[in-house]
Design a protein around this ligand. Structure first.
Ligand code: CAA
Length: 241
């Protein structure tokens, strides 16, 4: 299999870290992007040997610059995993415009920003793999997450349009919609709320990042060209869609 250069945004922690590790183990050249936590990024590189780059995925120009610099160092980016995301949970009554915008920009506009930055290169290579990480909450809704659910549902629609546009260039675009996975993001949910949520998961536990990462690897493989525009839900049976 030819060696591909893969960007995983939000790749130093949580689900992104799991994806970065699985792709690196499968012989991809992986660059993990991150937004703020320098210490976690340094530990990640120390433990995995995977290089990191810091930029804000919500910033269009920063994405252009990051991809240009990664391509200069590692060659054309043929695999893009749009994983970076944040939560700013609050009911609509308390949700501020700033926290609406922060989640839309970081979780949805980022997918546009990063895809724009790699698209022409993928077309030139006549090959590309884009996997966008959505969420069960974009499919089912979640109390206190009007912003997050809107962004994550938006990702699913965007992926389908990209699949249509990419097909003629051997660029596939797919969505993975994880349920509740053991990450820092989920750990921030108040304990009593999380207990209630886990009690509704038939498998009876949180997911492991590696369980999401293995599906991402399946989607990016060279021989997965017929899999495009799909949404793979991985949620322990919590929501069957
Ligand atoms: N359904 C119905 N009612 C609910 C509810 C639910 N799921 N959750 C809370 N409520 C009710 C409460 O029972 C409470 O009602 P009473 O006052 O009558 O008892 C009322 O709503 C207010 O609840 P809180 O006390 O929790 O209110 P709050 O303002 O302090 O917090 C909240 C609201 C921020 C939404 C908080 O409940 C919360 O953090 N919920 C978790 C949201 C969540 O699951 N986020 C997922 C983050 S992880 C992630 O997003 C990753 C992924 O992709 C899966």
């Amino acid at each position: 299999m030819p060696r591909h250069t893969a960007i995983v945004t939000g790749g130093t922690r949580g689900i992104g870290r799991g994806i970065a590790e699985v792709l690196a183990a499968e012989n991809y050249t992986v660059i993990a992007g991150y937004g703020g936590n320098d210490q976690a990024a340094a530990e990640f590189t120390k433990e995995t040997g995977i290089p990191t780059r810091k930029w804000d995925v919500a910033d269009f120009q920063a994405c252009q610059n990051a991809v240009a610099s990664i391509e200069a160092d590692f060659g054309p980016v043929t695999v893009l995993i749009n994983n970076a995301g944040i939560t700013r949970d609050a009911t609509i009554k308390k949700l501020s415009y700033e926290n609406w915008m922060a989640v839309i920009q970081t979780n949805l506009t980022s997918v546009f920003n990063m895809t724009k930055a790699v698209w022409d290169g993928m077309v030139a290579e006549n090959f590309g793999r884009i996997v966008n990480i959505s969420s069960i909450n974009g499919q089912a809704g979640q109390y206190g997450q009007v912003n997050y659910c809107a962004a994550k549902a938006g990702v699913i629609g965007m992926t389908k349009a990209l699949a249509l546009e990419g097909a003629r260039y051997n660029i596939t675009a797919n969505t993975v919609a994880p349920g509740y996975v053991a990450t820092d993001m989920v750990a921030a949910v108040p304990e009593r709320v999380l207990e209630k949520i886990v009690s509704t998961v038939p498998v009876g536990r949180l997911g492991d990042p590696a369980e999401i990462a293995r599906a991402v690897y399946f989607l990016v493989r060279d021989d997965s060209n017929f899999v495009t525009g799909s949404t793979i839900s991985i949620n322990g049976g919590q929501h069957m869609y």
